[in-house]
Design a protein around this ligand. Structure first.
Ligand code: SF4
Length: 340
């Protein structure tokens, strides 16, 4: 991140900014206390994505500071594949994810001369990653103990270096705890914050159905960056180490077509029905795919094109090569056997 991103200004804090109410309030609280803050939204592959220009303008006003977005790299996928501290209820590696965000936030903090990072975490708000002992544990494991400030809940936690050094006065900080939201709503009212993006509908890794898809990618050796988008669309199948995603409607066909056209690489293939409307499909394979497998994939795609009447031709493309395959629609048992 360091060499490719340039920041012109210096800041007192970097805020790890999700766009949820707590991150807005934590940032605004410190901004009101006179600190210059750079809010950083990390673009996690399984969390709601980029802010529109309008939303950014809103956040600028609500949080009282500049908001920038930064992509994350392959190292994030590595922790999803194999988290040091395990998964939560589904495919959410929350402790590893928090540590990752702290460390990335601290990299930015060093670039802009900031003394610490701010988060909107609140003791007791989430059962797994925001218990008091979990937050203290995370601080110790982060490598930047004492530099992580949680303004909404800081008085429930040991004093940080930032407070001990006098850079932050403890009386500026709050003691919110638990799952209730009343104090946050009160604070939002005080700051005149009227609307905010709800954290609901947040991280896809916490959704059981989506988690099954992610685990299928991991098990088949297909969790990589284009796959992080493909996994959000279509009916998904896993056949040994091949993942097939067949669009459910025109919108999904367009999405899969556009991901494929952007990511025309060796380990992604594309299938479309010829001479009649049918769904687009993409498949992912970590190594070369046999002819038998290509025929099976084609037959599964034909199965979802009722107008082909049980037999049809598809155009299959992989690694810059195209071929036409004539296939008989796969039967229901085959479809169900491989469905994720
Ligand atoms: S819910 Fe998702 S984004 Fe949030 S800490 Fe857990 S893995 Fe990370």
């Amino acid at each position: 991140m360091g060499s490719s991103v340039r920041f012109e200004r210096r800041y007192g804090f970097v805020s790890l900014f999700s766009g949820g109410l707590d991150s807005i309030l934590a940032t605004r609280l410190m901004s009101e206390a006179g600190y210059s803050i750079l809010a950083v939204k990390m673009l996690l592959p399984f969390y709601p994505g980029r802010f529109s220009r309008e939303v950014k303008r809103y956040f600028h006003e609500a949080a009282g500071c500049e908001v920038v977005e930064l992509p994350v790299g392959e190292d994030y996928l590595e922790l999803v594949r194999s988290p040091s501290f395990g998964y939560g209820k589904n495919a959410n590696p929350c402790l590893d994810c928090r540590l990752y965000l702290y460390r990335k936030g601290w990299e930015v903090a060093k670039l802009v001369g900031a003394r610490g990072i701010i988060t909107g975490e609140v003791v007791g708000q989430r059962p797994f990653s925001q218990r008091r002992d979990a937050l203290i544990f995370l601080d110790k494991r982060s490598g930047i103990q004492g530099r992580i400030l949680r303004p909404l809940t800081a008085k429930n936690l040991p004093e940080t270096e930032l407070e001990k050094s006098g850079f932050v006065k403890r009386e500026t900080l709050l003691d919110i705890r638990g799952r209730g939201r009343a104090r946050q709503f009160e604070l939002a009212k005080k700051f005149g914050i009227k609307e905010f993006i709800s954290p609901a509908g947040g991280c896809l890794l916490t959704d059981p159905g989506f988690a099954r898809r992610v685990f299928a990618l991991i098990e088949s050796g297909n969790l990589h960056f284009p796959a992080t988008d493909i996994v959000k669309f279509g009916r998904m199948f896993k056949i040994n180490n091949v993942i097939l995603s067949v669009a459910r409607d025109k919108t999904e066909s367009d999405e899969l077509d556009s991901i494929y056209s952007l990511e025309n690489v060796e380990n992604i293939g594309h299938i479309e029905c010829l001479r009649c409307a049918g769904p687009s499909a993409v498949f992912l394979a970590p190594s070369e795919v046999s002819e038998e497998m290509l025929e099976l994939l084609s037959s599964m795609v034909v199965r979802f094109s009722p107008k082909l009447g049980g037999r049809g031709e598809v155009l299959l493309s992989i690694g810059g090569r195209d071929k036409i395959i004539s296939a008989v629609a796969a039967d229901d048992a085959t479809i169900e056997r491989y469905r994720v």
